[in-house]
Design a protein around this ligand. Structure first.
Ligand code: CP
Ligand code: NVA
Length: 317
């Protein structure tokens, strides 16, 4: 484990993790741990962002991201405002650049959930305040950071562990898990149909990071081979937001990749089951697994709150 000496990432955007060093990622994980410990010691309000405001722009629905960021800002002494894309003038054609310039005059940070990664990059380019990606079609960095915190918390270490991601190999959450794992020395095996493989640019960055961390990235078409020796079995929905037209094709391709009790029994005995949620029960995972002894999905969801606090405190503080 790299001991993080970083106390602030003031002003930095969080768009897709590629530009985050191992030390910066550890600073977020350690800060999340501190916030969680203090929360459980009864310190709910730690006003390090007293008077600060976060604008949260949503182009797609959200439960966890919206609520955890909003609660995090409140408990850090700040305020968060929900802004639906179509309720802003953005929905009527005001440019992203102009929106970024104006919001920067009012708020201390912007979190946005968008379809296109280019839109969040554009927002960050013109904003004078930090921009945090709350999911795009390409990546979901805040989810992956929180998941690394959960794995570290449950297993006591990260480097050398193996995550098996079973399902859609082109998934946005997988892309962020790939980047985070490769940076932190976590091995990752992907069990997916050959038609659904990661974005080439993301994979290239992950492979570069893996070269220095020693992380191993493997691909299998057979989900049983993918989970062999895995410490964590991870899946996500087969049809992400915005892909509704591809439902039929994807469900057909992904049918053999459902996480079942039998599949879990092929991973390590003490393997965890993780899912970013929302789950499509009966599709990518059966009830017996998500509600079973392997599952840590509720702790995983809770940890979004503690990790969000860490990200906000470090970037906006
Ligand atoms: N995992 C996650 O980001 O959930 P929401 O879509 O509910 O925010
Ligand atoms: N891959 C999913 C993640 C939801 C948090 C989606 O984009 O819909």
């Amino acid at each position: 484990m790299v001991q993080a000496s970083i106390r602030s990432l003031k002003g930095k955007d969080l768009l897709w993790l590629v530009d985050y060093s191992v030390e910066e990622i550890w600073a977020i994980l350690e800060t999340a741990k501190m916030f969680k410990q203090r929360f459980y010691s009864g310190e709910r309000i730690i006003p390090v962002l007293n008077g600060k405001v976060l604008a949260m722009i949503f182009q797609k629905p959200s439960t966890r991201t919206r609520v955890s960021f909003e609660v995090a800002m409140y408990q850090l002494g700040g305020y968060a405002m929900y802004l639906g894309w179509n309720e802003l003038q953005l929905g009527r054609g005001e440019t992203i650049a102009d929106t970024a310039r104006v919001l920067s005059r009012y708020v201390d940070g912007i979190m946005a959930r968008v379809y296109s990664q280019n839109d969040i990059v554009e927002l960050a380019k013109y904003a004078d305040v930090p921009v945090i990606n709350g999911l795009s079609d390409l990546v979901h960095p805040v989810q992956a950071l929180s998941d690394m915190f959960t794995i570290w918390e449950k297993k006591g270490r990260l480097s050398g562990l193996k995550i098996a991601f079973v399902g859609d190999g082109s998934d946005n959450v997988l892309h962020s898990l790939l980047l985070a794992s490769a940076k932190l020395g976590v091995n990752i095996s992907i069990g997916s149909p050959k038609e659904l493989r990661p974005n080439k640019e993301i994979l290239k960055y992950a492979e570069e990071a893996a070269e220095s961390s020693g992380s191993i990235i493997e691909f299998y078409e057979d989900p049983y081979e993918a989970v062999r020796g895995a410490d964590v079995v991870y899946t996500d929905v087969w049809v992400s937001m915005g892909q509704e037209k591809e439902r039929e094709r994807k469900v057909k391709l992904l049918e053999p990749y459902r996480v079942t009790v039998d599949l879990m029994r092929h991973a390590k005995k003490d393997a965890l089951f993780m899912h970013c949620l929302p789950a499509h029960r009966g599709e990518e995972v059966v009830d017996e697994v998500i509600d079973g002894p392997w599952s840590v999905v509720w702790d995983q969801a809770e940890n979004r709150l503690h990790t969000q606090k860490a990200i906000l405190a470090l970037l906006l503080g």
